[in-house]
Design a protein around this ligand. Structure first.
Ligand SMILES: Nc1ncnc2c1ncn2[C@@H]1O[C@H](COP(=O)(O)OP(=O)(O)OP(=O)(O)O)[C@@H](O)[C@H]1O
Length: 305
């Protein structure tokens, strides 16, 4: 059994609202999997169902073969979920909270070295005996990660772990997550930072309004977008842009234009020729490949949040 997570025909309804409308997907063991989608797409709902925090209306989810409803305890033990916010009793210290969580999973003294290792690796040593209440936002974020990992789960789910986190902490978190992945953990990541998903994930699912819009390897997803971008700086009155060129413009900043060229239909040479014929001189020029964000917007068809 090489699947870390299997989702079959999953539907989740909240009253009249169907947050998940029939999701089927499988995440392989050891994969770094990205879950993307605009606000309200259903990402958190899917994670909540995986973690046993929400019950499926229909369909099933299994973690390492354990059904998250029928075999809740075993499924939950295989999963470490880093939530968006810390729910904690503010009167406990960092170390105490980790020990309580460890006890919740039935792990006793033998787990203490691992707790200390987590404290060390996540640079929480200075704060280990501080009440959680007194920690900065970034430190609380580290505690959330330590909590999710306290029982050494093989599957780690990170729900927007870097939202509102400064660059330094974000780098440290990614270094740590990469290490976990390198150690053989399956990583499932939801993020609004598409460049983050692009840098880290091997396969990416794009959810929109409760449905799976795409699920593919990152490279395949990028290759699906049949465009490349041409960035130009033109000398002369941009109002004189020939209509055929103006139709390709997707962004304009003074005399800097970004054009979207279809790989099959548009040639850079033709664009330059049309500009020259209209009396416009090109002062600077560059092309670039699309980013995951562009693919995402194309697939979802509206502004990503
Ligand atoms: N407990 C709940 N009760 C009622 N509706 C809910 C509940 N949880 C989520 N929803 C609704 O389900 C839909 C999907 O929400 P969900 O939080 O899963 O989206 P998301 O993709 O995680 O969004 P975001 O990127 O904003 O976190 C939304 O319309 C949301 O309002």
């Amino acid at each position: 059994m090489n699947e870390a997570v299997r989702v079959e025909g999953l539907r989740k309804r909240y009253g009249a609202l169907e947050a998940l409308r029939g999701i089927d997907l499988a995440i392989g063991r050891g994969e770094f999997f990205g879950l993307l989608g605009p606000n309200g797409a259903g990402k958190s709902t899917l994670i909540h169902v995986m973690a046993g925090l929400a019950r499926p209306t229909q369909g099933r989810v299994a973690v390492l073969g354990h059904d998250v409803v029928r075999d809740y305890r075993r499924a939950r033990r295989c999963l470490g979920v880093v939530p968006q916010e810390l729910v904690y009793d503010p009167f406990f210290t960092v170390r105490e909270i980790l020990e309580i969580q460890s006890g919740y999973f039935g792990l006793g003294r033998a787990n203490r070295p691992w707790i200390e290792e987590l404290i060390e690796t996540l640079s929480l040593a200075d704060k280990a005996d501080t009440n959680v209440q007194a920690l900065s936002g970034g430190m609380k974020r580290r505690v959330l990660i330590a909590l999710a990992l306290v029982h050494r789960p093989p599957v780690v789910v990170l729900d927007e772990p870097t939202a509102g986190v400064d660059v330094e902490l974000r780098q440290a978190l990614w270094q740590f997550v990469r290490r976990l992945h390198g150690d053989g953990h399956t990583i499932v990541l939801t993020t609004h930072y598409l460049e983050e998903a692009e840098a880290l994930c091997e396969r990416i699912a794009i959810l929109d309004r409760g449905q799976l819009k795409a699920l593919d390897r990152k490279e395949a997803l990028l290759a699906r977008y049949p465009y490349r971008l041409l960035c130009l700086t033109v000398d002369g009155d941009p109002a004189r842009l020939p209509p055929a060129v103006a139709a390709l413009v997707v962004a304009r900043e003074g005399s800097r234009l970004t054009l979207r060229l279809n790989r099959l239909d548009h040639r850079v040479g033709d664009v330059l020729e049309a500009l020259r014929a209209a009396g416009l001189r090109v002062a600077d020029l560059g092309t670039r490949e699309p980013s995951l964000e562009e693919v995402f917007l194309e697939l979802v068809g509206r502004e990503a949040a």
